[in-house]
Design a protein around this ligand. Structure first.
Ligand SMILES: [Zn+2]
Length: 245
Protein backbone atom coordinates (compact mmCIF):
# COMPACT_ATOMS: atom_id res chain seq x y z
CA UNK A 1 0.00 0.00 0.00
CA UNK A 2 1.16 3.51 -0.72
CA UNK A 3 1.07 4.66 2.91
CA UNK A 4 3.17 1.75 4.15
CA UNK A 5 5.64 2.41 1.36
CA UNK A 6 5.95 6.00 2.51
CA UNK A 7 6.50 4.95 6.12
CA UNK A 8 9.27 2.59 5.07
CA UNK A 9 10.88 5.41 3.13
CA UNK A 10 10.73 7.75 6.14
CA UNK A 11 12.08 5.24 8.65
CA UNK A 12 15.82 5.76 7.97
CA UNK A 13 15.31 9.51 8.44
CA UNK A 14 13.72 9.03 11.84
CA UNK A 15 16.43 6.62 12.95
CA UNK A 16 19.13 9.03 11.84
CA UNK A 17 18.17 11.53 14.57
CA UNK A 18 21.18 11.94 16.82
CA UNK A 19 21.39 11.04 20.49
CA UNK A 20 22.62 13.99 22.54
CA UNK A 21 24.35 13.89 25.89
CA UNK A 22 23.25 16.33 28.59
CA UNK A 23 25.09 16.49 31.89
CA UNK A 24 26.51 13.03 31.40
CA UNK A 25 23.10 11.45 30.81
CA UNK A 26 22.32 10.15 27.34
CA UNK A 27 18.87 11.31 26.25
CA UNK A 28 17.29 9.84 23.18
CA UNK A 29 15.81 12.38 20.80
CA UNK A 30 14.26 9.64 18.70
CA UNK A 31 10.48 10.12 18.55
CA UNK A 32 8.30 7.66 20.50
CA UNK A 33 4.98 8.39 18.83
CA UNK A 34 1.67 6.54 18.58
CA UNK A 35 -0.05 4.65 17.06
CA UNK A 36 2.24 1.81 15.97
CA UNK A 37 2.05 -1.36 13.98
CA UNK A 38 2.73 -4.19 16.47
CA UNK A 39 5.02 -6.40 14.43
CA UNK A 40 6.05 -9.89 15.51
CA UNK A 41 9.70 -8.88 15.74
CA UNK A 42 8.94 -6.08 18.20
CA UNK A 43 7.19 -8.28 20.80
CA UNK A 44 8.79 -9.49 24.05
CA UNK A 45 6.84 -11.68 26.48
CA UNK A 46 7.10 -10.79 30.17
CA UNK A 47 4.78 -12.58 32.63
CA UNK A 48 6.39 -10.68 35.50
CA UNK A 49 5.05 -7.25 34.57
CA UNK A 50 3.09 -5.40 37.25
CA UNK A 51 -0.60 -6.24 37.01
CA UNK A 52 -2.98 -3.57 35.77
CA UNK A 53 -5.88 -3.56 38.21
CA UNK A 54 -9.07 -2.45 36.48
CA UNK A 55 -11.85 -1.05 38.67
CA UNK A 56 -14.58 0.05 36.29
CA UNK A 57 -18.08 0.61 37.70
CA UNK A 58 -21.29 1.91 36.21
CA UNK A 59 -21.64 5.48 34.96
CA UNK A 60 -23.93 7.76 33.01
CA UNK A 61 -22.10 9.03 29.93
CA UNK A 62 -22.12 12.39 28.21
CA UNK A 63 -21.35 11.70 24.55
CA UNK A 64 -19.83 14.80 23.02
CA UNK A 65 -18.54 15.67 19.54
CA UNK A 66 -14.94 16.94 19.88
CA UNK A 67 -14.33 19.78 17.41
CA UNK A 68 -10.92 20.71 16.00
CA UNK A 69 -12.10 23.19 13.35
CA UNK A 70 -14.09 25.74 15.34
CA UNK A 71 -12.46 28.63 13.44
CA UNK A 72 -13.67 27.37 10.07
CA UNK A 73 -16.87 28.81 8.52
CA UNK A 74 -17.81 25.30 7.33
CA UNK A 75 -16.52 23.66 10.51
CA UNK A 76 -19.89 22.31 11.58
CA UNK A 77 -20.08 20.08 8.50
CA UNK A 78 -16.40 19.40 7.82
CA UNK A 79 -14.96 16.32 9.51
CA UNK A 80 -11.46 17.26 10.67
CA UNK A 81 -9.46 14.03 10.91
CA UNK A 82 -8.65 14.62 14.59
CA UNK A 83 -12.30 15.00 15.60
CA UNK A 84 -14.18 12.24 17.37
CA UNK A 85 -17.12 11.14 19.51
CA UNK A 86 -15.98 11.25 23.15
CA UNK A 87 -17.82 9.77 26.15
CA UNK A 88 -17.20 11.52 29.47
CA UNK A 89 -17.65 9.37 32.56
CA UNK A 90 -18.74 10.48 36.03
CA UNK A 91 -15.56 11.37 38.02
CA UNK A 92 -14.67 8.52 40.38
CA UNK A 93 -16.73 5.93 38.47
CA UNK A 94 -13.72 4.10 37.05
CA UNK A 95 -9.98 3.86 37.56
CA UNK A 96 -7.02 1.57 37.06
CA UNK A 97 -4.02 0.97 39.33
CA UNK A 98 -0.52 0.13 38.09
CA UNK A 99 2.43 -0.42 40.43
CA UNK A 100 0.62 1.44 43.21
CA UNK A 101 -0.31 4.46 41.10
CA UNK A 102 -3.99 5.21 40.54
CA UNK A 103 -5.16 6.57 37.19
CA UNK A 104 -8.72 7.91 36.90
CA UNK A 105 -10.71 7.20 33.73
CA UNK A 106 -11.60 10.61 32.27
CA UNK A 107 -13.15 9.72 28.93
CA UNK A 108 -13.12 7.26 26.10
CA UNK A 109 -13.43 7.91 22.38
CA UNK A 110 -13.39 6.22 19.00
CA UNK A 111 -11.29 6.10 15.84
CA UNK A 112 -12.04 4.66 12.40
CA UNK A 113 -10.25 2.69 11.13
CA UNK A 114 -8.31 1.37 14.14
CA UNK A 115 -5.15 3.39 14.81
CA UNK A 116 -2.99 0.50 16.03
CA UNK A 117 -2.25 -2.35 13.68
CA UNK A 118 -1.21 -5.90 14.43
CA UNK A 119 1.20 -7.32 11.84
CA UNK A 120 -0.20 -4.78 9.42
CA UNK A 121 -3.84 -5.64 10.07
CA UNK A 122 -6.34 -2.96 11.06
CA UNK A 123 -9.88 -3.17 12.43
CA UNK A 124 -12.93 -1.04 11.60
CA UNK A 125 -12.89 0.85 14.93
CA UNK A 126 -10.71 1.36 18.00
CA UNK A 127 -11.70 2.64 21.44
CA UNK A 128 -9.28 4.62 23.61
CA UNK A 129 -9.83 4.77 27.38
CA UNK A 130 -7.85 7.77 28.65
CA UNK A 131 -6.71 7.71 32.30
CA UNK A 132 -4.75 10.31 34.27
CA UNK A 133 -2.91 10.08 37.58
CA UNK A 134 -2.87 12.83 40.22
CA UNK A 135 0.66 13.69 39.00
CA UNK A 136 -0.59 14.04 35.41
CA UNK A 137 0.69 10.68 34.09
CA UNK A 138 -1.30 9.36 31.14
CA UNK A 139 -2.31 5.72 30.65
CA UNK A 140 -4.46 4.70 27.68
CA UNK A 141 -6.16 1.34 27.05
CA UNK A 142 -6.77 0.67 23.36
CA UNK A 143 -9.47 -1.81 22.35
CA UNK A 144 -9.88 -2.85 18.71
CA UNK A 145 -13.50 -3.32 17.61
CA UNK A 146 -14.52 -5.93 15.06
CA UNK A 147 -17.92 -6.61 13.44
CA UNK A 148 -19.82 -9.35 15.29
CA UNK A 149 -22.25 -9.81 18.15
CA UNK A 150 -23.73 -6.62 19.63
CA UNK A 151 -22.08 -5.41 22.85
CA UNK A 152 -22.20 -2.50 25.31
CA UNK A 153 -20.41 -0.45 22.64
CA UNK A 154 -23.67 -0.51 20.64
CA UNK A 155 -25.46 1.09 23.59
CA UNK A 156 -22.84 3.86 23.81
CA UNK A 157 -22.96 4.65 20.09
CA UNK A 158 -26.72 4.14 19.59
CA UNK A 159 -27.18 7.88 19.01
CA UNK A 160 -24.19 9.86 17.74
CA UNK A 161 -23.95 13.52 18.63
CA UNK A 162 -23.56 15.67 15.51
CA UNK A 163 -20.85 18.31 15.21
CA UNK A 164 -22.17 21.59 16.69
CA UNK A 165 -25.19 19.63 17.96
CA UNK A 166 -26.53 18.58 21.34
CA UNK A 167 -24.60 16.17 23.55
CA UNK A 168 -26.18 12.75 24.03
CA UNK A 169 -26.81 11.36 27.52
CA UNK A 170 -26.37 7.58 27.84
CA UNK A 171 -27.61 6.28 31.16
CA UNK A 172 -26.10 3.58 33.40
CA UNK A 173 -23.37 2.02 31.28
CA UNK A 174 -21.47 -0.98 32.70
CA UNK A 175 -18.00 0.32 31.87
CA UNK A 176 -16.25 -2.98 32.64
CA UNK A 177 -18.30 -4.71 29.94
CA UNK A 178 -16.73 -2.40 27.34
CA UNK A 179 -13.44 -4.28 27.80
CA UNK A 180 -12.86 -7.75 26.30
CA UNK A 181 -13.10 -10.84 28.52
CA UNK A 182 -9.59 -11.87 27.47
CA UNK A 183 -7.39 -9.32 29.25
CA UNK A 184 -3.99 -10.11 27.75
CA UNK A 185 -2.28 -6.88 26.77
CA UNK A 186 0.50 -5.48 24.64
CA UNK A 187 2.23 -2.62 26.42
CA UNK A 188 4.53 0.07 25.05
CA UNK A 189 5.48 3.69 25.61
CA UNK A 190 4.08 6.16 23.10
CA UNK A 191 2.17 9.39 22.71
CA UNK A 192 -1.21 10.99 22.24
CA UNK A 193 -2.37 10.39 18.65
CA UNK A 194 -3.83 13.89 18.26
CA UNK A 195 -2.21 17.30 18.82
CA UNK A 196 -0.13 18.07 20.86
CA UNK A 197 1.12 14.42 20.45
CA UNK A 198 2.50 14.46 24.01
CA UNK A 199 4.90 11.56 24.71
CA UNK A 200 5.28 9.54 27.91
CA UNK A 201 1.90 7.86 27.47
CA UNK A 202 1.71 4.27 28.76
CA UNK A 203 -0.25 2.25 26.20
CA UNK A 204 -2.10 -1.00 26.93
CA UNK A 205 -3.53 -2.72 23.84
CA UNK A 206 -6.11 -5.44 24.44
CA UNK A 207 -7.62 -8.18 22.29
CA UNK A 208 -10.61 -7.27 20.19
CA UNK A 209 -14.18 -6.63 21.26
CA UNK A 210 -17.17 -7.07 18.95
CA UNK A 211 -19.77 -4.51 17.93
CA UNK A 212 -22.66 -4.78 15.47
CA UNK A 213 -22.02 -4.00 11.79
CA UNK A 214 -24.81 -1.38 11.97
CA UNK A 215 -22.97 0.60 14.66
CA UNK A 216 -19.71 0.48 12.69
CA UNK A 217 -21.58 1.76 9.63
CA UNK A 218 -23.22 4.57 11.64
CA UNK A 219 -19.87 5.78 12.97
CA UNK A 220 -18.14 5.52 9.59
CA UNK A 221 -21.01 7.45 7.97
CA UNK A 222 -20.12 10.39 10.25
CA UNK A 223 -16.35 10.15 9.65
CA UNK A 224 -16.35 9.25 5.97
CA UNK A 225 -12.65 10.09 5.53
CA UNK A 226 -11.66 8.38 8.81
CA UNK A 227 -10.30 9.91 12.02
CA UNK A 228 -7.19 7.81 12.60
CA UNK A 229 -3.53 8.85 12.62
CA UNK A 230 -1.11 6.82 10.48
CA UNK A 231 1.15 4.35 12.31
CA UNK A 232 4.45 5.82 13.48
CA UNK A 233 7.97 4.29 13.39
CA UNK A 234 8.86 2.06 16.34
CA UNK A 235 12.38 3.53 16.41
CA UNK A 236 13.76 0.61 18.39
CA UNK A 237 10.93 0.38 20.91
CA UNK A 238 9.80 -3.04 22.04
CA UNK A 239 6.24 -4.09 22.77
CA UNK A 240 5.81 -6.25 25.87
CA UNK A 241 3.14 -8.91 25.94
CA UNK A 242 1.60 -9.63 29.34
CA UNK A 243 -0.64 -12.75 29.49
CA UNK A 244 -3.14 -10.93 31.68
CA UNK A 245 -3.70 -7.48 33.12
ZN1 LIG B 1 -7.58 8.18 20.57
Amino acid sequence: MARRGLLTALLPLALAVTVVTTGGTAQSQVPSQSPIDVTLGSIRIDPGLPKLHVAYGHSDLELEYIRKDAASATGCTTRDHEETEEAFVTPGAAHVTLAGVRYELEQFHFHTPSEHRFAGRSDPLEMHFVHRSAEGGLLVIGVPLRAGAPSTVDKVLAHLTPECGEDVLVRDVDLDSLLPVNRATFRYNGSLTTAPFTEGVQWFLTTEKTVSPATIARFQALFTAGNARATQPLNGRTVTEAPRI
